[in-house]
Design a protein around this ligand. Sequence first.
Ligand SMILES: *Cc1c(COP(=O)(O)O)cnc(C)c1O
Length: 473
Amino acid sequence: MMYKQASYDEPLLREIKSGTSYRFPSVESETAEIPKKLLRRELNLPSVAEYDVARHFTRLAEMNYSVDNGIYPLGSCTMKYNPKFADEIAANPLFRDVHPMRPESTIQGNLRIMYELQEYLREISDMDAVSLQPLAGAHGEFTGMRIVRKYFEDRGENRTEVIIPDSAHGTNPASATMAGFDVVEVPSNEKGMVDLDALDAAMSDRTAALMITNPNTLGIFEENIVEIARKIHEAGGLLYYDGANLNAILGITSPGLMGFDIVHFNLHKTFATPHGGGGPGSGPVGVKKFLSGYLPSPVVRFDGRRYSLVDSGNESIGAMATHYGSFLVVLRAWAYIRYMGSNGLRHASERAVLNTNYLEHLISGIYRPSHPAPKKHEMVVSATSAGKRASDIAKFILDNGMHPPTIYFPLIVHEALMIEVTESASKSDLDRYADVLLKAAKEDEESIKQRPSNTHRRRLDEVRAARQLVLRW
Ligand SMILES: *Cc1c(COP(=O)(O)O)cnc(C)c1O
């Protein structure tokens, strides 16, 4: 397929001259009772006509690439296609326009949706209680770490360390540190899993928790997870599950079965909310029964007759956000789970795993997988094995009208390409993607350094682009 990205020399909205401007209607008569100093006569808005605004954003959208254009296999991010019905439901004014301070008796339907999602997430994760309040995965991690901290404070135990594998997402150590813990890193072994001897050496009576994602960021399932959970519990610590990779295990296994005590969900990754570009997201947190009173408040309860927002318990860490979180993201997740059903969710995970292994099969002759273990929802290969740099491969993919994988993460793989195709890739998408990857490996050094040339922007001086941001407004 030939590719040439749409390219416009698009000015800033402020620079567009429509010859019209926005004028405030005269409000003197009806608003006589509003004090003069509160009346706004002028807003510093661009003076553009509606048609110019629509065309401006349409042209920018044409120059963009999204999950609606094609495959977007950004490892760790789970950028799958989001079915449109979920957006349509979230756009319904009966949901969209509900003020968060409305009396509970008038929003029983919304509270029911929140309650049911709490229940679905409980069942999916095999946890005992869920709060929908946190606003992103990282926010869920921070919430979980605050729960760990308060739990040990209440027990009078001075546990100051959180153990995190070296393959972890950067938000894990950041969240633990923000919650006041010292981070102890454990290395991975040659299989890409936690090194049990190193784990033993890292554990002590200072250990508050182990934070881990499973399958991990290499797409590999920790085969010793039950043993790891036993060790941490015996040492008096808690287990935190980073749920960003839940897309690999829906309906197949669960954090609860693996022995975890706390988990967050990334609703915007696994459950049908578009993401990237900064939100809104939602990172509900689930816990085992002995921690349920620590959840952020409020949570939704149902007494058989009415739904109400209540404090989770006396030990609650308090509010982590205003009101009750990102309701419209919660709503999309609820709609998606209802639509898919438990068989549908399991099927999505099976398909995500199958797709990953199919792609690995197509490219592994040239791109050596980081580790031989079977992959789940994503894989990591080293561009070095194809004699290339990860950034050059990424530019080559851009030139072919597709989105590159995540590059240079996880840090433990040299020149990493981290590929997560998700269940929303067809066989022909995967064949085409493999084809482009294989062609990239064959391209000579001289030409691949000139890529991309079919895109609006050519190769940037990346160091300068990162240091000298041009932020015009
Ligand atoms: C995305 C991700 C996170 C952080 O989630 P956000 O919703 O982006 O804050 C944490 N861990 C892993 C493995 C992730 O992929």
